[in-house]
Every structure is written in structure tokens, then in C-alpha cells.
Design a protein. Structure first.
Lengths: 772, 208, 276
């Protein structure tokens, strides 16, 4: 046959079909390879799984986990059934640690900046000599004017980092976008405790929560969920009653028996009015010295300024909200709170993120004294001191004041070296602080990032030395809040880094540097594992607790096998004496919340941001499972949405999927409208966590992704006396952009049930079959 | 005879269709029968010529000495290089070729290089097969009568090596292992054997 | 005979009063069952893969508003509407009370999904894609489903099989590794709880809203609910009346007679909304 151009093409086409067919029917090359390993590890049985105990690091509460490892690959993360805080249970966030481990955007090797700062242009270098040498010379030259920014560290890592910065003469600050400083200060002022308390929900009969989204993101949600399940339907106890007083209808509020919408910032007033009812009607628990708690007659007088009649209009309570007279509602709430003991009052979240946040939280926690649930079963439980003398049992985080100071130091050239680990302050601080510009313009500044991922801060780095991910590294943790007794968790490497990655453990790098800089006396350990081993030996020498062993080696092995050590007999204080006249002191602090931004007007709203159920403050933004997990209430994924009242939306002509612009006095962001019936008409809510400018494309804000960072528009209002960011203290103007997109949400995904339209009862009702 | 001009396009089209159909049939035929589990494939080229005859038939090494996972878990596994070195640290080959093959093992161990063997028996991804369970069954003395893969009655209880031969054939007497050494393993083979032995045939037992 | 399968009838109890809607089960399921990453466009096209999903229902208007969460997964119906319509018998009911989807039989007609009243069957409109490094996480015990076939919750049958092999065949106590006497080798609730044999969602659920057990296992704490649900079906079948105001037990769409093996316990409402 003559080969013409035409039939050549035909044959070529046929050949391609054949090739596709062969590929389709045949077996792929890779499936026919079996690689025999060189060595013969005794515990490795091919095709069988090994389970290793370790710790989760995707949220600050640090759950005990077990990891299923098959042939050197981590396959599944589950809760460690022995671990006292989470008792075998996990949050959605814990599972996604695997994606951090095998994330496609992990930084493979050390890198040096090659373009202008912030451009994201880097050149790979080697650890030895380039990477370590640059770090050493930077530390030698500017160690004394350095700031190390880390995640809030606990356990031996905190000890190591603090000793290191002390040795080089620098400063360390923990960073949390939504910090617990106000909560921590309130706990200190009310209960005189340094570490965060636990709430014994399991044994509680009545929960009164103000603003704390404790089932979703606040402090230790897995632990609280565990208790909450028992609180609802535990064996051998009645069903508990739960009121949520909150300016946003959070996931926790959705689970409450009654949600009371409150005008943002007036939670403390409400708490004091409940206290006033309890005191005036003599409802306090037996044995409570009301006189000293209130501060005598002048205290009662002060407290009378918070009578329900006075507070109701301030807090914006209406008869529709309370199903009758709001004053009577508050009174009966106070009565049932006092009567259904043990009861517990919890405050946090947006209640503490106001200019008067500290007052709010102190007033809320003081309620626990009146009902006698401080340190008691079913109430607020305190945690004991750390089992190690030198390791603190609480973490620290910088406040907004600290960050403003650091920004100024960078701008003025006083800080010459910035060390970053596990923190993304450029993304997590209000844009109006202008940390990004300060770093970009500081010519003398040298920035070292130890992050295994590019984020908005590490993209500004001059040197990136990628750390290991927690499943590849050693570590430990003193649970905060613990379960009311001493708990130490241990983290061990369960897999090696993939072959194309070359990370080095951050603590090991610090120890190496300390040795090279001649600071062995402060940090004598060869590596972090040796340091932890010393900690384990110290626990062994205590001769108590959950691990039984006859030698230190056996103890270490059993410790790692069990995932930690705890001693149920070492409890925190069970009784705390309140300061004299505590309620009076608090009441005298009372002040109304201050809102910055645009004032009252038809298009002006309170902005109540909230931590994203899975991404938190953005810490987990790069993990696709967590981006794809629907928000419990709106069921929105991947995008930044703004929750607004459906009636308000209708009057503004806003439909779901419309893109709105939220403008504060600082800046504006775009967000997708999600009208719901559960938002107060004068409030809008936006989740934290989205809108990174750099890094993994799962997390970044690119055109059309509708992912924006609500931090960009927050005013820098401070919480009085703690200096933290009052992130719920902004008012914004909402306007339409005229654009509209398809919202990416689960709701409406299913055809038959039409969730979101029909009330649940209608769908789930049961009727007898027709022959009945 | 020349076909009429009218017929020509039809004939060309017919020819093309025949060629395509034939091609697809050939592709299907080859891909069905050439895949290793189906018995007609050739022996793959292994990186090291490993004669089972020398090891099993002559020197009487048990199957599970090297395929040490076979009595413990799902996969039989190829031995680690270290396992070979148990003996080949001292034992040299009888011939020059054998010696050079053994040197490959030692070099692999010294240079820490894994050996990439070619898989001979492969099950598709959606099948779960646990070697250990099958060996446990056929070696269980408390079960009086068992049936082999072709329905033959097995009255004595077998040892591990005999169990292996039920599916894999007499590997011990083969210099080169190839798929046709053993049974053709299609789903019917598995189901028949399960049925004969009154073992559950629920889909989820084997399919994952 | 030793190899005879021990009689199981698996079932799940979902306590809506405990469920907080936290999504732990959803992510646990994605991790265990090699479910493709639900990208934004999957959601926008309403084709996201969820073997278990948490539906949220709004009730009322501000300020008297409530949200209810209901986790919905395959109900493993005894009378499954999906089964008779499959032309290739890719979905069937096995002897353990599970509705099984056999992927390699499925030819993707999607009749089953049309016929499922719970909308829990997911069709693979695309070939699943993962970035190369993320494939290291994939569970080797679960097949990756290609484009054009139907998938759904399997009650994590791979974990149950692992449990059965370890407990019933090998006789290994999951917690201590000790040998179990031959007569006691039955995978029961306690061993599942202490081993890793519970479905991934149940294992993760922080409030214990999801409970999984063998309906024939008398040691399980949820046995009473299974009994009550079966009693209800029997009563209705006899034409009797079930006092729904005094029981929390119900099954989804019971009126269409699917007889699900998943039992729901109603949420307790101390302050019910006035129905308009």
C-alpha cells in the first residue's frame, strides 16, 4: 500500500488507539516491581500494620493519637484510647495530619532567597555547609537582637527554645492568631491559676456558656465533646441542660438547648445580672461565703447596678428572644443555674475578644464561685503543676501589644534577626499592624524560617530550613488543659521523611547551633531525643504514675508504647479561695464595649469573626481534607463566606452566592454571602483562616477562589488590661459588588432530602406502613 | 477483476473496520492471556538468576525460610537481601555463573541497594488474598477432609511447602519460575475452591 | 467447621442528642476509604463524595432558631431499594446484614443511586486524582474506584475483616495479644472497641454519637436499641401502634419499608419551637 499523507495519519491514529488499548488492558510497569529491602527489621511484617502512639499537632490542644503504619508509610491517625484528655477520640483536624506529612507543597530542602524579599523566589542549598553556616553566622552576628516567633510551645520544646534564646540573648514569643491571653488572665485573676482549667462536663448538670465555641474550636474541643456526649446521654445520669449566650449562632450554640443572642460585648453584664439574682434571692450553694465574695454591703450595692431590668436593654434582649419578659427569663435562668448543681459557667471566644473582654470573662467565671463548682466534680477543674521542675505546664503567647512592639523593633532596625517556627504572623495579625511591610522594608533584617511549608511569613524569609513534620519527629507535651491530673504526652517519629525530602528537626538544629556557638553548658544534649530521654528518666525516678517498669530503659519503651505518662492521683487544687470582694472588684471594672470602624447606620454591622471549624485561625489552611470538610452550620467549603440574617439579606437584595464587600476603616475584603435564619439582624460573621497570599494552592487567595482573610479588615482594638486583639470589636459596612458565584457547599448536594429547606422533624418522622 | 468505482469506498471502509476489529481482538487476546496470573505469560527477566531447584530441591530449604511473611501475613514477600546473606556470607556458587550471581547479592548488601525483583504472580488491586489464612487452613490437623484447587480430596494434613504447591505448582523443581508453573488463577478458581471447602463466598471476603 | 463464618448482623446506632455536627466522622471516613479530595468544583457541581455526611436542618426564624445535625451514611437496608435494580448484581445484601457494593462488577448504570431514598450512593464522575506524594497515605485495604462506578459506605468492611481474621481466625486478643480460647473467638463489641475494628467514623466520633455493634451480640451497650427497633417493626407489621412520643428510636424513611440497619435516636428538645 502506498503511504500517502492521508493514510499515514489514519495508521498513526490506529497506532495510538492500539497503544491506549494496550496500556488500558495491560498491567502498569510499577505494579510488577517488588523491591526487596536490604536489611531485615524484625518488627516489619509486610502487609501487616503497626500502630504507634504519638501526639497530634494540628491544634493547640494536642491530642494523643495512634498512627497506623504499613511498610514505612503512615496510613491512618486515630485517637489513643489510653490518653486521658481525648480517650481515643479525635477531631476532624487530627486525621488530616497525614496530609501535612505527605503534602505535595512541602519544602524539600533548605533554601536561600534569590529574588527580592517576599517575591517567593528561592534557590535550594544544602544543610551542610551552606544552610547551617548561614544560620550560625546570623546567630553569631545578631543573636542578641533576635526575636524567635514560635507556635505556643509546651513541654521540653518550650524549655529548649527558651534556653536557646536566653543563651543567645534574644527573645521568644509564642504566636496564636486567636490567643488565649484574655482567658488566661481571667483564670489567673479569678482562680489564681497559671494553667488553663478543665471543665468537667461529663458530671455537670447545667452548662452556661458565654461566647465559647467549645465544641468546635475553643481550647480543647475533643475533650469537651467527649464530656458533652456524656452530659447529654451518659449512662446513669439525667440529661444535662445547656444554655449558650453568644453573639453568633455557633456550632456550640446549635447544640445548646437554648441560644440567647446577645449584643456583642455585653456578656459580662449578663453574667453579673445572673450573679445579682443569685445573691439577692440567696440561691448560692451551701457553704459559699457570699458576703466576702461580694464584698459586703457596698458590693451588693454595686451589684445592684446589674439588675436584670438594667442589663436587658443594654444586652439587646427582646421578648421574642426569650419567649416572654426577658427580665423574668434571666431570673429563671439564674434560678435553674443555681438549682441544677453541679453547674458550670464557661466564657471565651467572642465574649473575651472585646475591649471589655477581661471584665466579661472574669464576671462569667466568678459565677462558678456562687454555685460552688470551683475545683469540684462537674465544675471547673484545675490542673496540678508540671511533674518536671524546669518544664512549665502552661504555654505563653504574645499579645497584640507585643506584636506591635516587635513590628516597631523591626521597622526601627532594633531587631536584626527573626527566627520563625510554626507561626504565620503576617497572615494571622491584623493587616493594619503592617508587619509585612515592616519586614519587607527592613534592610538589616535577616529572616530565618523553619517552616516545612511556605506561608505568608516564611515567604519573606532569607533562609528557609525546613523542619520535620510531627509524625517524623520527637516531642512531648504537658496537656493544657489537662484532665485535672498530671499528664505528659510523648511524640515519637513513626515514619522517615520521604526520600525526596531533606528536613532536619528544629530542636536538633537549635541544639547543634548551641554547641557550635559554645553554649553547651546551657544546652548540653546531643539531640532532642536525648533531652526527652532525660525527662523520661526523671519521670521514672518519681516512681509513680501509669507506667510500670523496673528499669529506665523499660520505662522509656513503655512510655513510648503508651504514648505518655500520667498520674491520676496528682490532682490540681480542689478548692480555691476567691479574693475578698471578688464580685465587687469585677463589677467595678465594668465598662461597655468599644467598637471601632464605621458607626451605626443601615449598612453598618457588628463583625463577629470566628475560628473556622477545621482550619482554626488558618494554621491548617493548606490541608485539603480540612478545606473540603463542610462547615457544620453553613456547610460551605474552600471559600470565605459571610453569614448574615436572611431577612436582612432580603431587604438588601442579597442572595446566596452574591459576593459582598466588607469594609472597615482599615481595608475591605470580599466574601460570599450565605444568608441564614440564625444571625442577628445587626451582625455579620466571617470565619478566620482563609486568604493566604503565598504558599500551598490549597490555601491561597487567587482570583476566583473567593478566599480572603478577615484579619485584613480588623481594627486594632485592644482588650483592656491584657493587650490582646479584640477581634470581635469591629464594625463593618457591607455592600454588594454585583458579582455572584456558585457557592461551594454541601447543602443542597443531595436531591431527595433537600436539606436546608425542610425542617428535620418533617423528614425524620415515622409513620406506620399502609397495612397498619 | 477490478471492483467498480462505486464499491471501492465501501470495500475500503469494510477493510478498515475488519482491521480495527481484528486489532482489538488481538489486543484483548494478548492482554487477557499474557498477564501473569493467567498462566500463559513468559518468565520475566529477574535481576538475579535465582534457581529454586538448588535451594529447595537440592538443599531442602523450606519455603517460609525465605518467604518469611507467608505464615504471618497477607503477602508472601521476597526475602530481604540480609536473608540471602545468612548463607551466602560463606557459601559460594559451584560455577562461575553462579558465583557472579551470588556476588550481585553481596554487592547489593554492601552498597545498601535494594534489589528490584520482577513480580511473577500478581493479583489485581481489588482482591484481598491472605497467604497466612490459607496456609493455616491447609495445615490445620483438626479439619479432617480438605479439597484442593481442582476439587481433589486431601485427607492428610499438609505442611507449608505442600500447601504452596496447591496454587503455585512445583516451584521447588523449577530453575525459572513463571506464571504457568502454577495454577491459572481466575475468580472462578478461587470460588470453586472456597465452595468445595465450605468457606464463605461472600464478595467482601476477597474483594475490597 | 472452623472456617464457617460466625453469625453476625452488623448495625449502627446514631444518637442525635449526642451529635454535635463536628465533622470528625466525615474526615475520618475520607482518610480510611481513599475518597478523592473534594475540590471546590466538586461541591459547586453538587458532586462531592461523602460516604457519611452531616446534614444540617434549620428550624424557625431568628431569634427562635435551631439547627439540627443528622449524620447520614448508607443505611444498609434489609429491603434495599438499590439492590433489585442493579442489572449486574453489583450491589447485594450479604449474610451479615450489610449492603455490599462490588466495584469490579459495577458498570455505572446509576440506577441504584436513583433508587436510593437516602442519596448515599456516590457516582465517580471523574477518575480520582491525588497529588503524587499524597498517594502514600492511601489505605491499601481499600480499592481506589475508577471513573464510572458507584461507591458508598461499606461499614468499613475492611476493618471488620481485619478484626475477624485477628480475633476469630487467629484468636488474638486485640489489647493484650493473648490467645483467646477457641470457643470464645467471636468478634464482639468490646474487642472491636479495643482493637481497631470499628468503622472509622465510629472510632473517631468524639461524643460517641455513633455506635456500631453486632445486633446478635448481647454484650454491646446498644443492644437494647436494636431490640426496640426490631420490636417496632414487628409491632407495625402486626398492625399495632408504636408510642412515638415515648421512644427515641426510629429509622429513616421507615414508612417506605426499607428496614435499615442504622437506627437513629431522636434529639431531646426541652424547648421545642412552636410549629407555625
Amino acid at each position: 500500500m502506498k503511504l500517502t499523507r492521508r493514510n499515514f495519519l489514519a495508521w498513526a491514529g490506529l497506532g495510538a488507539v492500539g497503544a491506549v488499548a494496550c496500556e488500558g488492558f495491560g498491567i502498569r510497569r510499577g505494579e510488577l516491581d517488588i523491591q526487596s529491602s536490604v536489611r531485615l527489621p524484625e518488627d516489619l511484617v509486610r502487609g501487616s500494620d503497626n500502630w504507634y502512639a504519638s501526639l497530634c499537632r494540628t491544634c493547640p490542644s494536642c491530642e494523643g493519637i495512634v498512627i497506623r503504619v504499613m511498610e514505612g508509610r503512615a496510613k491512618k491517625i486515630q485517637g489513643n484510647p489510653y490518653y486521658p484528655t481525648n480517650q481515643g477520640k479525635t477531631h476532624a483536624r487530627c486525621e488530616a495530619g497525614l496530609q501535612a506529612l505527605y503534602h505535595p507543597d512541602r519544602i524539600p530542602t533548605p533554601m536561600r532567597r534569590s529574588g527580592p524579599r517576599g517575591s517567593g523566589e528561592f534557590l535550594p542549598i544544602n544543610w551542610q555547609p551552606n544552610g547551617m553556616d548561614s544560620l550560625r553566622s546570623a546567630l553569631q552576628a545578631n543573636g542578641s537582637s533576635s526575636v524567635m516567633i514560635t507556635e505556643p510551645l509546651r513541654g521540653h520544646m518550650a524549655l529548649l527554645a527558651d534556653r536557646f534564646v536566653a543563651a543567645i540573648g534574644g527573645e521568644r514569643l509564642g504566636f496564636e492568631a486567636i490567643d488565649n491571653n484574655t482567658f488566661r488572665t481571667a483564670v489567673k485573676n479569678v482562680f489564681q491559676q497559671d494553667s488553663l482549667p478543665d471543665f468537667d462536663l461529663e458530671n455537670s448538670k447545667f452548662i452556661l456558656s458565654f461566647g465559647a465555641d467549645f465544641l468546635s474550636t475553643w481550647v480543647s474541643p475533643t475533650r469537651f465533646n467527649r464530656g458533652f456526649g456524656e452530659f447529654r446521654q451518659g449512662a446513669g445520669r439525667g440529661r444535662g441542660m445547656f444554655y449558650q449566650i453568644d453573639s453568633r449562632f455557633s456550632m456550640t450554640a446549635a447544640n445548646a438547648d437554648k441560644w440567647l443572642p446577645v449584643r456583642p460585648g455585653w456578656e459580662g453584664y449578663l453574667a453579673l445580672s445572673l450573679a445579682q439574682v443569685i445573691v439577692s434571692e440567696n440561691l448560692q450553694a451551701r457553704g459559699v461565703d457570699v458576703d466576702s465574695l461580694v464584698g459586703g454591703a457596698p458590693g451588693i450595692q454595686t451589684l445592684n447596678n446589674f439588675r436584670p431590668e438594667i442589663v436587658v436593654p443594654l444586652a439587646g434582649l427582646t421578648p421574642e428572644m426569650t419567649g416572654g419578659d426577658p427580665v423574668n427569663f434571666l431570673k429563671s435562668l439564674a434560678r435553674s443555674f443555681a438549682a441544677n448543681r453541679p453547674s458550670v459557667a464557661i466564657g471565651g471566644g467572642s465574649a473575651g475578644a472585646q475591649s471589655n473582654g477581661l471584665f466579661n470573662l472574669e464576671a462569667i467565671y466568678a459565677l462558678n464561685f456562687l454555685v460552688g463548682s470551683v475545683g469540684k466534680k462537674g465544675g471547673v477543674k484545675f490542673n496540678p503543676a508540671s511533674p518536671w521542675a524546669d518544664v512549665p505546664n502552661a504555654s505563653t503567647a504574645g499579645s497584640l501589644e507585643d506584636w506591635a512592639r516587635v513590628t516597631d523593633q523591626i521597622r526601627s532596625g532594633k531587631t536584626k534577626l527573626l527566627l520563625l517556627h510554626g507561626a504565620d504572623p503576617v497572615h494571622g495579625l491584623p493587616d493594619s499592624l503592617q508587619l509585612r511591610d515592616a519586614i519587607a522594608q527592613a534592610n538589616d533584617l535577616f529572616v530565618v524560617s523553619f517552616s516545612p511549608f511556605l506561608d505568608d511569613t516564611s515567604v519573606m524569609a532569607d533562609l528557609i530550613l525546613p523542619d520535620r513534620v510531627y509524625l517524623e519527629d520527637w516531642g512531648d507535651d504537658i496537656s493544657e488543659p489537662g484532665p485535672g491530673y498530671q499528664v505528659v504526652g510523648f511524640q515519637q517519629p513513626v515514619v522517615n521523611p520521604l526520600f525526596d525530602l531533606d528536613p532536619l528537626s528544629f530542636p536538633d538544629v537549635l541544639l547543634t547551633m548551641a554547641q557550635e556557638l559554645g553554649k553547651e553548658s546551657d544546652l548540653p544534649w546531643a539531640n532532642f531525643k536525648a533531652m526527652l530521654r532525660e525527662g523520661s528518666d526523671a519521670l521514672f525516678n518519681l516512681n509513680r504514675g501509669s507506667i510500670e517498669a523496673s528499669s529506665a530503659d523499660e520505662f522509656w519503651n513503655n512510655l513510648l508504647r503508651r504514648g505518655g505518662w500520667w498520674d491520676e492521683l496528682r490532682n490540681g487544687p480542689t478548692s480555691v479561695r476567691p479574693a475578698d470582694g471578688l464580685l465587687r472588684t469585677i463589677a467595678e471594672k465594668a465598662s461597655s464595649p468599644v467598637f471601632d470602624g464605621f458607626g451605626i447606620g443601615a449598612d453598618s454591622f457588628y463583625l463577629v469573626p470566628f475560628a473556622h471549624n477545621t482550619l482554626l485561625d488558618g494554621y491548617n489552611g493548606h490541608l485539603p481534607w480540612l478545606q473540603a470538610a463542610p462547615d457544620p452550620l453553613s456547610t460551605v467549603t474552600w471559600q470565605t463566606w459571610v453569614e448574615l440574617n436572611d431577612t436582612t439579606a432580603k431587604s438588601m437584595g442579597v442572595k446566596e452566592g452574591d459576593i459582598l464587600r466588607l469594609t472597615s476603616s482599615k481595608d475591605s475584603i470580599r466574601a460570599v454571602a450565605y444568608p441564614t435564619p440564625a444571625v442577628p439582624p445587626d451582625t455579620v460573621s466571617v470565619p478566620f483562616g482563609q486568604g493566604r497570599k503565598h504558599g500551598s494552592e490549597y490555601a491561597t487567595d487567587r482570583s476566583g477562589s473567593e478566599s480572603s482573610n478577615v484579619m485584613d479588615i480588623l481594627e486594632t482594638t485592644l482588650v483592656k488590661d491584657t493587650g490582646s486583639l479584640a477581634w470581635a470589636g469591629t464594625r463593618v459596612r457591607v455592600s454588594k459588588t454585583g458579582e455572584s458565584i456558585s457557592i461551594s457547599k454541601l447543602e443542597g448536594d443531595v436531591r431527595a432530602v433537600e436539606i436546608g429547606l425542610t425542617p428535620g422533624e418533617e423528614i425524620i418522622k415515622t409513620i406506620a406502613p399502609e397495612n397498619a | 477483476m477490478m471492483p467498480s468505482r462505486k464499491m471501492l469506498p465501501l470495500m475500503v471502509a469494510g477493510g478498515v473496520v475488519t482491521v480495527i476489529m481484528g486489532f482489538i481482538v488481538v489486543v484483548l487476546f494478548i492482554s487477557w492471556f499474557s498477564n501473569p496470573p493467567f498462566g500463559l505469560g513468559n518468565a520475566p527477566a529477574q535481576p538475579i538468576a535465582f534457581p529454586h531447584t538448588v535451594h529447595v530441591a537440592e538443599n531442602n530449604i523450606q519455603c517460609e525460610f525465605c518467604h518469611r511473611n507467608v505464615t504471618k501475613g497477607a503477602a508472601a514477600t521476597v526475602p530481604a537481601v540480609e536473608t540471602c546473606l545468612f548463607c551466602h556470607k560463606d557459601i559460594d556458587g559451584g560455577t562461575v555463573t553462579a558465583q557472579s550471581e551470588i556476588e550481585k547479592i553481596r554487592t547489593a548488601f554492601e552498597t545498601d541497594t535494594p534489589i528490584n525483583w520482577e513480580r511473577v504472580h500478581r493479583l489485581p488491586d481489588h482482591v484481598r488474598f491472605i497467604h497466612e489464612a490459607h496456609i493455616r487452613y491447609f495445615t490445620d490437623e483438626t479439619i479432617p477432609v480438605k479439597y484442593g484447587i481442582n476439587g481433589e480430596e486431601i485427607i492428610q494434613s499438609l505442611d507449608v511447602a505442600q500447601t504452596c504447591t496447591i496454587c503455585h505448582g512445583d516451584v521447588g523443581n523449577k530453575t525459572v519460575v513463571q506464571p504457568k508453573t502454577g495454577q491459572s488463577l481466575k475468580m472462578g478458581t478461587c470460588v470453586d475452591c472456597h465452595r468445595n471447602n465450605s468457606v464463605p463466598t461472600d464478595c467482601t471476603v476477597c474483594h475490597k | 467447621m472452623v472456617t464457617q463464618r460466625i453469625d453476625h448482623k452488623w448495625g449502627m446506632v446514631v444518637d442525635l442528642d449526642r451529635c454535635t455536627g463536628c465533622q470528625a466522622c466525615v474526615v475520618a471516613c475520607q482518610a480510611e476509604n481513599n475518597i478523592p479530595i473534594n475540590t471546590k468544583s466538586f461541591y459547586q457541581q453538587r458532586r462531592a463524595y461523602h460516604w457519611i455526611r452531616i446534614e444540617r436542618y434549620w428550624e424557625g426564624e431568628f431569634p427562635n432558631v435551631k439547627a439540627k445535625f443528622i449524620p447520614i451514611m448508607c443505611q444498609h437496608c434489609e429491603n434495599a431499594p438499590c439492590e433489585p435494580v442493579c442489572p449486574v448484581f453489583a450491589t447485594y445484601h450479604n449474610d451479615e446484614g450489610m449492603n455490599v457494593q462490588v466495584y469490579n462488577r459495577c458498570i455505572g448504570t446509576r440506577y441504584c443511586s436513583v433508587n436510593c431514598p437516602y442519596t448515599v450512593r456516590m457516582f465517580n464522575f471523574w477518575d480520582p486524582k491525588w497529588p503524587k506524594s499524597l498517594r502514600n497515605q492511601l489505605n491499601p485495604d481499600v480499592t481506589i474506584r475508577t471513573r464510572g462506578i458507584m461507591e458508598k459506605c461499606s461499614f468499613c468492611v475492611q476493618r471488620l475483616r481485619r478484626g475477624e481474621v485477628n480475633v476469630e481466625r487467629r484468636g488474638i486478643e486485640p489489647l493484650t495479644g493473648e490467645r483467646i480460647p477457641a470457643a470464645d473467638r467471636k468478634l464482639n463489641y468490646r474487642q472491636m472497641k479495643e482493637g481497631n475494628y470499628l468503622p472509622a467514623c465510629v472510632q473517631a466520633c468524639p461524643t460517641n454519637a455513633l455506635q456500631f455493634a453486632d445486633q446478635n451480640d448481647n454484650t454491646g451497650p446498644v443492644k437494647e436499641y436494636f431490640d426496640e427497633a426490631n420490636e417496632q417493626i414487628e409491632t407495625r407489621h402486626q398492625g399495632g401502634h408504636v408510642d412515638e412520643a415515648h421512644t427515641r428510636v426510629y429509622r429513616l424513611f421507615e414508612e417506605i419499608g426499607t428496614k435499615p440497619n442504622v437506627i437513629y435516636l431522636k434529639k431531646v428538645e426541652p424547648f421545642p419551637l412552636d410549629k407555625a
